[in-house]
Ligand binder design. Structure first.
Ligand code: NAP
Ligand code: FE
Length: 368
């Protein structure tokens, strides 16, 4: 048995984490830029708490509130310019502003870096330190060394990752997730479950990593069953979802994701499907493949969830795709992005995945 884990993010989890740990922000410097989306940072109460904590510590701040979902390189670059005087960056929001904050910290420290060159990682200066405050129970960006960015020129989502993409500190207070609308809550819960599931089935997930997965898979599955009943989402359920999403973030941080993630990007980029729902659209072919190529692990997985048909039925009932249909020709075109090199996530999937198989799976999306 071996394992090889690197998890340098300091993560402070619990109610009132920001207010009670304001010195963790002050330790990062005297001036910061707060990076958010349009409204969720205010609506969730997180921005108010962060401003109070900074004021208490005598830290000056400015707010950049124009980060869109699936953050564009251009928006992060713009925020980077606004952060030239800052000592550190605070990202507040769902995965989009959190991932954006990691990129903003790189642009701010490297004024000559052009937007798309961030992917080449060809810059000299270390990024500014980053503090993150999550407001959705989904991506786990709080604890991952990953930032998923959308290239304005190609419209394609692509991640950067590495030791310099971790937050110096992340604050995880589940109460900020209480204002997330029902549809977004379901999508982000599906994302967290996808992280736990996909990470679990990678070959890497065997040692300490497996403990994180075994902790959150049954818990997230039980939360999804609750969500499927409909009705008001209780605070208790939201607390459990956020807790599970952070564990699932630890799973992908150690193990990465598998093929549903890159296939999901196609649905987000071309049909506007929210990230979690887009990944869940490929749960069924993924789990069938796992049962075929990793039967022993699959047996452990279904013991934590339900039998295969029931698990597929539950995820499918929560995956709201509308009437998307992808023809064989269109799927073939979408798969051109994988012509020169297969993504790591394909190779990490049980049985691996070829470009041709990916195109076939895309063409079958939403076929019941
Ligand atoms: P998001 O794109 O951050 O937010 C989606 C929507 O929810 C936005 O309209 C946002 O509003 C709103 N929202 C967020 N928090 C809210 C709150 N507390 N109350 C009310 N509304 C709220 O969604 P996400 O699913 O969390 O993040 C998705 C992104 O993360 C994708 O780009 C995905 O690729 C990436 N991701 C990253 C990792 C990683 O390891 N780094 C892992 C998985 C996914 P505002 O626009 O006002 O903020
Ligand atoms: Fe994800």
């Amino acid at each position: 048995m071996t394992f090889n884990v690197y998890m340098p993010a300091r993560c402070i989890y619990g109610k009132n984490a920001v207010i009670e740990n304001s010195q963790a922000l002050a330790s990062l410097g005297k001036r910061c830029l707060i990076v958010t989306g349009k409204s969720s940072a205010k609506q969730s109460g997180a921005l108010g708490d962060v401003c109070s904590a900074l004021e208490k510590e005598g830290v000056k701040y400015a707010v950049f509130d124009s980060i869109p979902s699936n953050p564009l390189l251009s928006a992060c670059h713009e925020a980077g310019k606004a952060a030239r005087e800052a000592d550190f960056i605070v990202g507040i929001g769902g995965g989009s502003p959190l991932d954006a904050a990691k990129a903003v910290a790189i642009y701010a420290a490297n004024p000559d870096l052009s937007p798309a060159d961030i992917y080449k990682r060809a810059y000299e200066n270390a990024p500014l330190p980053v503090a993150l405050v999550g407001t959705t129970a989904g991506t786990g960006s709080e604890v991952t060394g990953v930032s998923v960015l959308t290239n304005d020129e190609t419209g394609a989502k692509k991640s950067i990752s590495g030791p310099d993409c971790y937050a110096a500190v992340s604050f995880c207070d589940p109460k900020y997730t209480y204002s997330v609308p029902e549809g977004q809550t379901v999508s982000t819960a599906l994302d967290a479950f996808a992280h736990a599931t996909e990470g679990f089935f990678t070959a890497k997930c065997e040692g300490a990593e497996r403990l994180f997965a075994e902790k959150c898979i049954p818990e997230l599955y039980s939360c999804l069953k609750e969500l499927a009943k409909g009705g008001e989402i209780s605070e208790e359920l939201r607390d459990r979802l956020y807790y599970g999403s952070i564990y699932a973030g630890l799973v992908i941080n150690a193990c990465g994701t598998a093929f549903p993630h890159p296939l999901g990007y196609v649905l987000t980029e071309n049909y506007g499907v929210p990230h979690g729902t887009a990944c869940a659209a490929f749960y069924s072919p993924f789990i069938d493949r796992c049962a075929r190529f990793a039967p022993e692990k699959a047996e452990s997985y279904f013991a934590m969830t339900a039998d295969r048909q029931s698990a597929k039925a539950l995820i499918s009932s929560l995956t709201r795709l509308g009437d998307i249909k992808i023809s064989k020709e269109q799927a073939e075109k979408y798969s051109e992005r994988w012509a020169s090199a297969l993504p790591r996530n394909f190779l990490a999937s049980p049985g691996s995945l070829t470009r041709e198989e990916a195109a076939k799976i895309l063409s079958q999306v939403n076929n019941g």
